[in-house]
Design a binder for this molecule. Structure first.
Ligand code: ZN
Length: 497
């Protein structure tokens, strides 16, 4: 079914958007939330399970202290209050990949609450208020077999992998974000990008959106322009890239606007995001009064972090992200626009690592925001998963600086790196990519280019030095791009002027 959309511009003329973001962060603790099973990603199905995370009768959960520590550090970094005493609660519902038939979560007593994060978009700062960050456990994973898309629709049967059941999660929930207007999609993206950077800096999660270790649910509603009211919202689940967060907000704004403008009303529901087509489709209806029959978890003792411990953890926090961005911009000499593009592309940390590996900031920015960003985009993965490391980018740039290769040949080295052909030096060797700067070979190619283009040569002889570009192009073509263009130019001018 094709949804009717109002244009983005028209939706903004008539309505004000309000967003709410719920981000689940999977912690990279050695063990699960309530048992000693390892929580590694990608293990053989159902090999990392025990009676507790399978919810077998009589098993007893124990809280993972490292997960509590991570929760508190995340909360402090988000300027939250830390509860002096809080409990876990059972959230009761049935789902095949949830073996206990309830999820151990937190309800009205979250460990972290009342925080905020300042988000930079186009030089403007938006304060995103954090309502709460609470601890819970992940569910298992269903694999639907036989359908064309991996979804349950059309599948012949389903398999369940409980390895993920019981992995510690922190769910970070914002208050409604209002007043962002046309920047709402960009604010949503920037919030998730900054939150991810913060999680990486805290070193509490892999923070890989493409592997689901950070998952964003996007709530959106529209209200008639200028009323300041909150409309009926939809919740788009599991949006798994920064770009998609932005697209999902934009799509839902346009979809809501078309319905409201046509006199219809929004159905309060969860919606599925489709990465390939960039649309959302209806999931299940959801009312605010949905009854999960929460009650305090009787098998777990309350969590009561001492104020001394909280202050000790405060001392372990990394540099504040806003200050860090300002510091890096000054150190790198980036313009506001360059910095904005870098942050917007989620490339800040990877450029920082590339600079640490020896590249200049401009060179690091050039590769990560152009060639490598395109590869990541084509493959639908994040920059970190593109198959080239910061150290390799720095090594490639060193080859360019040494004039062993040029920018064009560097792209072929990246091809080789993605294909796993070895180090940058080995790839240059194996693929025969080194630039020719040997005068003998270059001189012969220049002579040939002059002989092939007598009219161009005459122009240069007559003083039109700019015409040399055509001859350089001819030499580069002859030498399959592997000539040192600077030396070729010198030789042409030596011979003709
Ligand atoms: Zn277990």
């Amino acid at each position: 079914m094709t949804e009717t959309l109002l244009s983005f511009e028209e939706s903004l003329e008539k309505f004000d958007p309000a967003m709410g973001l719920e981000v689940h962060v999977e912690l990279s603790t050695a063990t699960k939330m309530f048992c000693g099973c390892p929580g590694d990603f990608g293990a053989e199905p159902n090999t990392q399970v025990c009676p507790t995370c399978l919810g077998l009768p009589g098993s007893m959960p124990v809280v993972n202290g490292k997960a509590v520590e991570a929760a508190i550090r995340i909360g402090l970094a988000l300027n939250c209050e830390i509860a002096e005493w809080c409990r876990f609660a059972r959230k009761n519902y049935f789902y095949p990949d949830m073996p206990k038939n309830f999820q151990t979560s937190q309800y009205d007593e979250p460990i972290c609450f009342d925080g905020f994060m300042d988000v930079d978009v186009d030089g403007e700062t938006f304060r995103v208020e954090i309502e709460r960050a609470h601890m819970e456990e992940d569910t298992g994973k269903s694999l639907h077999v036989g359908g064309s898309t991996g979804r349950i629709h059309g599948a012949s049967h389903s398999l369940v992998d409980y390895n993920r059941a019981g992995i510690p999660l922190i769910e970070i929930v914002t208050r409604p974000i209002m007043g962002a207007g046309e920047k709402a999609p960009a604010v949503a993206r920037a919030y998730v990008a900054q939150l991810r950077d913060l999680i990486v800096a805290l070193d509490v999660s892999d923070a890989r959106m493409d592997q689901g270790s950070i998952r964003a649910d996007v709530n959106l509603s529209l209200a008639p322009k200028g009323t300041g009211a909150l409309g009926i919202r939809t919740e788009t689940k599991n949006v798994n890239s920064l770009r998609s967060v932005e697209r999902a907000v934009r799509f839902e704004m346009q979809r809501h606007a078309a319905i409201l403008d046509g006199g219809g009303s929004i159905v309060q529901e969860t919606r599925h995001w489709h990465e390939d087509t960039g649309v959302t489709t209806s999931g299940r209806e959801k009312s605010d009064a949905e009854d999960y029959r929460y009650f305090p978890e009787p098998d777990l003792v309350p969590v009561a972090p001492s104020r001394e411990w909280v202050e000790e953890l405060r001392g372990t926090l990394p540099e504040n992200p806003t200050q860090k961005r300002a510091r890096l911009q000054a150190e790198w000499g980036f313009s506001d626009l360059e910095m904005r593009d870098t942050v917007g592309a989620g490339a800040l940390l990877i450029i920082e690592e590339t600079v640490a590996a020896g590249a200049t900031p401009q060179a690091a920015r050039k590769w990560w925001l152009s060639d490598l960003a395109r590869r990541a985009n084509d493959a639908g993965v994040e920059l970190a998963a593109v198959g080239v490391t910061p150290a390799q980018v720095a090594a490639v740039q060193q080859l360019v600086d040494a004039r062993t290769i040029n920018d064009k040949l560097a792209r072929q080295v990246f091809d080789g790196l993605v294909a796993g052909e070895g180090t940058p030096e080995e790839i240059v060797e194996k693929r025969g990519l080194a630039v020719v700067s040997d005068d003998g070979a270059l001189s012969a190619a220049v002579d040939k280019a002059i002989a092939d283009n007598p009219d161009v040569a005459d122009k240069i002889r007559a003083g039109k030095v700019a015409a040399a570009g055509a001859l350089i192009g001819s030499v580069m073509k002859e030498m399959r791009g592997q000539a040192d263009a600077g030396r070729v130019r010198e030789l042409i001018l030596e011979k003709l002027t």
